[in-house]
Design a protein around this ligand. Structure first.
Ligand SMILES: Nc1ncnc2c1ncn2[C@@H]1O[C@H](COP(=O)(O)OP(=O)(O)OP(=O)(O)O)[C@@H](O)[C@H]1O
Ligand SMILES: [Mg+2]
Length: 573
């Protein structure tokens, strides 16, 4: 893994990291001091031959102990606070970069990456990285120092027994390493399972209406229960392994300690070893449990972080397929025409969608695209917006290939009102003003009036400040569309793409929407995509698309007279 890259994110906060390390250093020192004090208590106070001296020492110890714990407390707090400061800031920056990357990527990326996978990377993987940043440094620094300190202490107290313990310790490593391996595998599975849970939850929320209308609640519950059970099983596996670690460690190490207890205890009885040294020795061994356990899990934490960071950096390394060329020009005004020249396109390799399309749209014209579902009409519009780049041929706006225009200036010239309106979970005002962020109230109202939306908006409880719910759930289909039209109105683009804007509406609301659309179309160049041939009759040019090619073109009457595909489609209705 690219550790350097991860470290790069922590670098701006290195000052606090130093504080965190200092805190850990102090903490380990205090831990050693406490073991040493236990020796003093035993030897100096309880087995002392001098009661006066012993009492004095007892008082000193009783005063010193709380003070030592104050220092220990500060060190503990400092370690937690500063380390969290570093880790959370680093992760915040990484998360922001990830979001910036995700929003900058082109549509191609999302054809192959599902939204729940992307969500899981921004949440689970980032959390795993944060967990690792919080766990790895204390294990290496604090626990490492404690282990070294305690081993040093053991040798100081009794080198032979210390040697024995140090030889026994690696035996502990055998089951621990095995547990760690199991834990690593289980954690990996757990990441997969939690993302399954996300996926089913997300699907339920977005498919809520469909589920309800088919009465598939029980069916979905069962599907979710399977995922939920799988996740539970993995969690149980983790707990079973994790819960085993401490007892096994304690039994094994206690066996070692018992041997020391046997020989050491005899030494104490014989007066060859002081009670204090003996107590401190046992205490020092116990102090090593937790650090050793942490170390045994270090590898699995790191492994998890490695795979999480690989997935995160994989996204950060993605390059948007659609970008501004270094010498891209701005298009200030649209003044002549839009030309598709021998355009061919495929979303996925060798699955040709558009074949050799030639279209000429003059400024001010309304050009209608008709054709059966899946023939490629929306795709033609998407290419103009450069959501995707053509595979061959070129699209020219005022004679310039759109690849040589800046994306911002190109997209600024085009307004889209499409079949599925997306509205943000915010106020009506916010949603309309999305077309022009600095628009004043008056402008917003004017756009709403032109879009036949003012009336229903004013009738809502908070008027323009009414919250419209997720995806505009609190609005009817026609209302949503009129807000989308107002939004486009406010943007006021010279080119307009209308993709099936009047589908799925009742006739009353369709009339209102249709009127709004006609207002919106005035003085604009319009690309009109419609199934309803009644709405395309007046177009300056009608282009019939079939399986990705232009099969007919002309005015309504010409095409009817031709008695070809268009006439057939027209007579169908
Ligand atoms: N993001 C995508 N990835 C892969 N294939 C796609 C994608 N979007 C559309 N397609 C395919 O491209 C073809 C043309 O789709 P397009 O949306 O342009 O059709 P359309 O003419 O607008 O149809 P409709 O009238 O139903 O809206 C379809 O066969 C569709 O399966
Ligand atoms: Mg379409």
């Amino acid at each position: 893994m690219d550790y350097k890259r991860l470290i790069k994110y922590a670098m701006p906060y290195k000052g606090r990291f130093v504080f965190a390390m200092l805190s850990m250093l102090i903490y380990s020192g205090v831990a050693a001091l406490l073991v040493y004090l236990s020796k003093i208590i035993m030897d100096g106070v309880f087995v002392s031959k001098d009661p006066v001296q012993a009492k004095k020492m007892l008082i000193e110890l009783c005063i010193a102990m709380p003070l030592i714990y104050v220092i220990k407390g500060f060190a503990d707090y400092g370690k937690t606070y500063f380390l969290n400061y570093v880790a959370q800031n680093a992760i915040k920056d990484l998360r922001q970069d990830l979001y910036t990357k995700l929003i900058s990527l082109s549509h191609n990326f999302y054809v192959t990456h599902t939204s729940s996978k992307v969500m899981s990377r921004v949440t689970n993987d980032i959390n795993a990285l944060q967990g690792a940043l919080l766990k790895v440094p204390p294990t290496i620094i604090r626990d490492g120092l404690i282990i070294i300190g305690m081993i040093g202490g053991l040798f100081y107290l009794h080198w032979k027994y210390a040697f024995f313990i140090v030889v026994v310790l690696p035996v502990l490593g055998i089951p621990l390493a095995q547990f760690a391996r199991k834990l690593r595998k289980a954690s990996k599975d757990s990441m997969v399972q939690i993302s399954e849970i996300y996926t089913s939850l997300q699907e339920m929320l977005s498919g809520f209406t469909v589920i309800k209308s088919f009465c598939r609640e029980k069916h979905e519950e069962k599907r979710f229960a399977v995922n939920n059970k799988d996740y539970y099983n993995v969690q149980q596996r983790i707990v079973r392994v994790d819960a085993r670690t401490t007892p096994v460690m304690e039994v094994l190490s206690m066996t070692g300690v018992s041997i020391v207890l046997w020989f050491g205890g005899k030494d104490v009885i014989n007066g060859a070893w002081t009670l204090g040294d003996f107590t401190a020795f046992i205490l020092a061994v116990q102090q090593m449990y937790q650090p050793i356990k942490n170390f045994s899990q270090l590898n699995s934490t790191i492994q998890q972080a490695v795979s999480a960071s690989e997935r995160v950096f994989e996204i950060l390394d993605e390059e948007s397929k659609i970008f501004n060329l270094p010498d891209a020009k701005n298009i200030d005004v649209f003044s002549n025409d839009i030309v598709y020249k021998n355009v061919s396109f495929e979303y996925e390799q060798s699955k040709s969608i558009l074949k050799n399309i030639n279209i000429d749209i003059k400024k001010g014209q309304t050009v209608a695209f008709v054709g059966s579902s899946g023939s490629g009409k929306s795709t033609i519009a998407n290419l103009l917006l450069r959501f995707y780049d053509v595979n061959s041929g070129e699209i020219l706006v005022d004679g310039t290939n759109i690849k040589n225009l800046t994306l911002e200036s190109l997209r600024d010239k085009i307004g889209v009102v499409s079949q599925d309106v997306f509205l943000f979970n915010d106020t009506v005002k916010y949603n309309i003003a999305y077309g022009k962020l600095d628009a004043g109230d008056e402008e917003i109202e004017k756009a709403a009036k032109a879009a036949n939306a003012h009336k229903f908006i004013s009738a809502m409880p908070d008027g323009y400040n009414t919250l419209i719910g997720e995806r505009g759930m609190k609005l009817s289909g026609g209302e949503k569309q009129r807000i989308a039209i107002a939004r486009a109105m406010l943007k006021n683009p010279p080119i307009l793409v209308l993709d099936e804007a009047t589908s799925a509406l009742d006739s009353e609301s369709e009339k209102l929407v249709q009127e709004a659309i006609e207002t919106l179309m005035k003085n604009r160049t319009v690309i009109l995509i419609a199934h309803r041939l009644s709405t395309v009759k007046n177009a300056d040019q009608i282009i019939v698309i079939d399986k990705g090619t232009v099969v007919e073109r002309g005015k309504h009457q010409e095409l009817l007279d031709k008695n070809g595909v268009y006439a057939k489609l027209y007579n169908l209705k």
